[in-house]
Design a protein around this ligand. Structure first.
Ligand SMILES: Cc1ncc(COP(=O)(O)O)c(C=O)c1O
Length: 380
């Protein structure tokens, strides 16, 4: 087992534990100041060590958000039994949901349509197990959910009230905050996120339905939300790592990116001014989240082995196992400046997507010594 990044076979995923801890502390302090409960999303890291850190280290009974039932299985087995599955429920997952509930997991599922509400009612009745549910609210037209003022909201609650389904509350996710231009727009997105879910909670309560959970969250809105009156909990996912998309939005500094992919220079095309590396889209992911931002970072920003950004170099193109490193301004890269075998670290556009390409984190702390190796899992 390599003890230093300089001896690791590439490509490999590197996590700076000192930056990770600082990012987690920053978010936890922010959530505390906002006066809401924290329900961190584990989908970004899928790693027990990081889930424990995000939970404040103290207790594994603290709430989490998951994006797959595999995450629910894994983290519940480790003691995280207050789980919110924050993706609309597919009918073929109902048996799995019931099995988790029978194991004592307080699993809350998400719906936004009458067809799923009816299936849930029928399934809960047949299984004899009450199923806790949140209704998804669409705060920005980004993806799924019911608009707060849509009569469907009360129809859904009425349908759920027919069976052994416990309406726990409402959830929204300001996914459109990723497309904001500047922090003022993110503040407005945070206010819209809060207003829509609080409005939905109030109309449900006015119609006599119980609402104990009012859940918001995305990393940009969590960082810039001025006030969360009426909200009970906040979810955030990418904040432990941050990434180039978050940096482009003004959510974090480049030095706060905790994740990178270690890669080796494997050749050059001097007449084209390219260096070739062994990190292609398999190691970096195909994510091009910065392509619509002011600074397009290609498939990732190139740093030296110590994690310091090098000039304006980016991975501008990828194949499965090849990356092409170029200067953003077009200045040619000479083979002398990056000899074959040079180790580089690539900062990712989207940390969730890049981490998902790997099965372990090599944890360093501001240096190249590997202090720990943390496993992570993938798939469903
Ligand atoms: C429903 C839901 N909640 C919370 C999050 C966390 O968002 P972020 O990664 O910006 O913190 C996501 C991310 O996709 C999500 O889909």
């Amino acid at each position: 087992v390599a003890r230093d990044l300089a001896r690791l076979e590439t490509p490999a995923l590197v996590l700076d534990g000192a930056i990770l801890e600082a990012n987690v502390h920053r978010m936890r302090a922010r959530v505390e100041r906002l006066g809401v409960r924290f329900r961190p999303h584990v989908k970004t890291h899928k790693c027990l060590e990081i889930a424990r850190l995000a939970a404040g280290g103290a207790s594994e009974t603290s709430p989490i958000t998951v994006s797959t039932l595999r995450e629910a299985d894994f983290f519940a087995a480790a003691g995280f039994t207050d789980v919110l599955y924050a993706v609309g429920l597919a009918p073929n997952k109902l048996d799995h949901v019931v099995a988790l509930l029978r194991r004592g997991v307080d699993l809350k599922v998400l719906i936004d349509n009458l067809a799923t509400a009816r299936l849930l009612v029928a399934h809960a009745r047949a299984a004899g197990v009450p199923i806790p549910v949140l209704i998804e609210i669409d705060c920005d037209g980004h993806r799924a959910g019911v608009r707060a003022g849509d009569p469907l909201l009360l129809e859904l609650a009425a349908e759920l009230a027919r069976g052994q389904v416990e309406l726990r509350g409402v959830l929204t996710h300001a996914g459109a905050s990723y497309d904001c231009k500047g922090t003022e727009e993110i503040r407005a997105a945070a206010a819209a996120e809060r207003d829509s879910v609080v409005q939905a909670a109030e109309s449900l309560r006015a119609a006599g339905h119980p609402v104990s959970i009012v859940s918001v969250g995305s990393t940009p809105t969590a960082i810039f939300a001025p006030d969360l009156t009426g909200v009970t909990e906040l979810r955030a996912g990418v904040f432990p790592f941050f990434d180039l998309v978050m940096h482009g939005l003004g959510v974090c500094r480049l030095e706060e990116l905790a994740l990178s992919v270690l890669t080796s220079v494997i050749g050059h095309q001097p007449e084209k001014g390219w260096a070739l590396v062994d990190a292609g889209w398999m190691a970096l992911s195909r994510d091009r989240g910065t392509s619509t931002q002011q600074v397009d970072q290609g498939y990732g920003r190139v740093c030296d082995l110590a994690g310091r950004p090098l000039h304006d170099w980016v991975v501008s193109a990828t194949n499965q196992e090849h990356g092409i490193v170029t200067s953003r301004a077009g200045a040619p890269l000479s083979p002398e400046s990056l000899p074959v075998g040079t180790l580089l670290r690539i900062l990712p556009n989207h940390a969730c997507a890049t981490a998902a390409q790997h099965d372990r984190y090599h944890v360093v702390r501001g240096a190249t010594a590997i202090e720990e190796v943390w496993p992570r899992f993938r798939g469903w």
